[in-house]
Design a protein around this ligand. Structure first.
Ligand SMILES: Cc1ncc(COP(=O)(O)O)c(C=O)c1O
Ligand SMILES: [Zn+2]
Length: 406
């Protein structure tokens, strides 16, 4: 495993030490990147060969040198589309807690355990809360999660079942973030909000290592990533930079990075179109792709930078197109995508139509989570109702759970 040399600010590029737990840059509040001595890694570790650890920790050579809190996250399948020869889906549904958020939380909670932190808090669009609750339970750490009260029911259930302290908020993730910020000092919580601590990016960067390894250590032409806070996109770009420094990837052009948003909450797509360097708060955010309901991502400047530098783009697709693509992929590919993943498939169709990409381009789309986590929302969108039926099991008295009413 790699020793951390420092944490580098993504904005002002000053370095701080990782000896103590850190949130953001003490000078400018930019997000911090974990830096390793990659020259040393280059000499001491080869890129993984066939076999090896079948989780994201197969890349331990470029992950912090701590004991992992792991539930088997990562090393997810790269599936070739049945219909498009050059299109691949990175199927993140197979992660613990059914979403890619497991990767980031495995890394963040491993570090929290290493630092001896006892109480973690996070605002979440839903899946990060479920993942934090699970990894905190595995680590014996308290989790305090704040999420909109209309998150997919599965996310609420996860929080309760894993024994987290759950607060359902009448608002959006931005309101949840404010509540964590206001209370964390008095409560002694360490804030693991997206891009406000350095290690969730480290977990998510493994998606970049994996997709390149699974493509034979070659870059695809484009990567589609459903973007809320943007951690995965930012993490993958960091992975590409590291892989190049290590000589692990065949020399070639980096993929076009395509950030996909929902039209009902598209702050970064709007900023991209306007040529801005940062986004503005997206008012009245609403989409059934719950994970994309982030009205003002903290790392917006990084997402915009990466989309531009990679000659990619940031686009948005509306809920009708997302639902149509979700059903299209269920019926023709046998994959029940999450709405966020279906935003990526809808965006792929759009960019083929406009000629931004050609069918001959090798493309990886991220299905960031399991469609089954969204049973209530997909059923609602499909106007499906369960026929009335008798209960097949006896009523039970309620079991414990820690819920904080708002
Ligand atoms: C299924 C799913 N996809 C995509 C996202 C967006 O992820 P990120 O915040 O890394 O952009 C989320 C965030 O909650 C999510 O749950
Ligand atoms: Zn800074």
């Amino acid at each position: 495993m790699a020793a951390i040399t420092s944490l580098e600010c993504s904005r002002c590029h000053q370095h701080v030490s990782a000896d103590l737990p850190r949130t953001v840059c003490p000078h400018c509040a930019g997000s911090l990147y974990v830096r390793y001595d990659l020259e040393a890694v280059k000499h001491s570790a080869a890129r993984p060969g066939p076999g090896g650890v079948r989780s994201m920790w197969r890349y331990s050579a470029v992950l912090p040198d701590v004991k992992p809190v792991t539930l088997g996250e990562g090393w997810t399948p790269l599936l070739r589309s049945q219909r498009h020869r050059n299109l691949y889906v990175k199927e993140e549904a197979t992660n613990p807690t059914g979403a890619f958020k497991a990767r980031g939380m495995s890394a963040a909670v491993s570090m929290a355990k290493h630092y001896g932190l006892e109480k973690l808090a996070a605002p979440s669009a839903g899946n990060a809360a479920g993942a934090l609750a699970a990894y905190a339970a595995a680590a014996g750490i308290e989790a305090h999660i704040f999420m909109p009260k209309d998150v997919p029911f599965a996310n609420y259930l996860e929080g309760m079942a894993y024994g987290a302290h759950v607060t359902l908020v009448d608002g959006l993730i931005s309101d949840c973030g404010r509540m964590v910020a206001e209370r964390k000092e008095a409560e002694g919580w360490f804030d693991v909000s997206t891009l406000k601590e350095p290690f969730r990016v480290e977990g998510k960067k493994t998606m970049g290592y994996e997709l390149v390894e699974q493509m034979g250590w070659e870059y695809p032409d484009a990567v589609f990533y459903p973007t809320g806070g943007g951690v995965g996109l930012i993490g993958m770009w960091k992975a590409f930079e590291e892989m190049e420094a290590l000589g692990w990837v065949k020399p070639g052009k980096r993929p076009k990075m395509i950030a996909v948003q929902a039209s009902g909450c598209a702050p970064v797509a709007k900023a991209y179109r306007e040529g801005a360097d940062a986004s503005k708060m997206f008012e009245n955010a609403a989409t059934f792709a719950a994970g994309l309901r982030v009205p003002k991502p903290y790392g917006d400047y990084l997402i915009l930078e990466i989309a531009r530098e990679s000659s990619g783009t940031v686009i948005d697709v509306d809920d009708d197109a997302i639902l149509a693509s979700l059903l299209d992929w269920a019926r023709h590919e046998g994959l029940l995508l999450c709405p966020e993943g279906a935003a990526a498939t809808a965006a792929y169709d759009r960019l083929i139509e406009t000629g931004f990409l050609a069918p001959s381009d090798r493309v990886v789309l991220f299905n960031t989570g399991a469609g089954l986590k969204y049973v209530d929302m997909i059923a609602d969108a499909m106007k499906l109702k369960r026929p009335a039926q008798e209960k097949k099991y006896p009523e039970r008295s309620p079991v414990g759970g820690i819920i904080t009413p708002v």
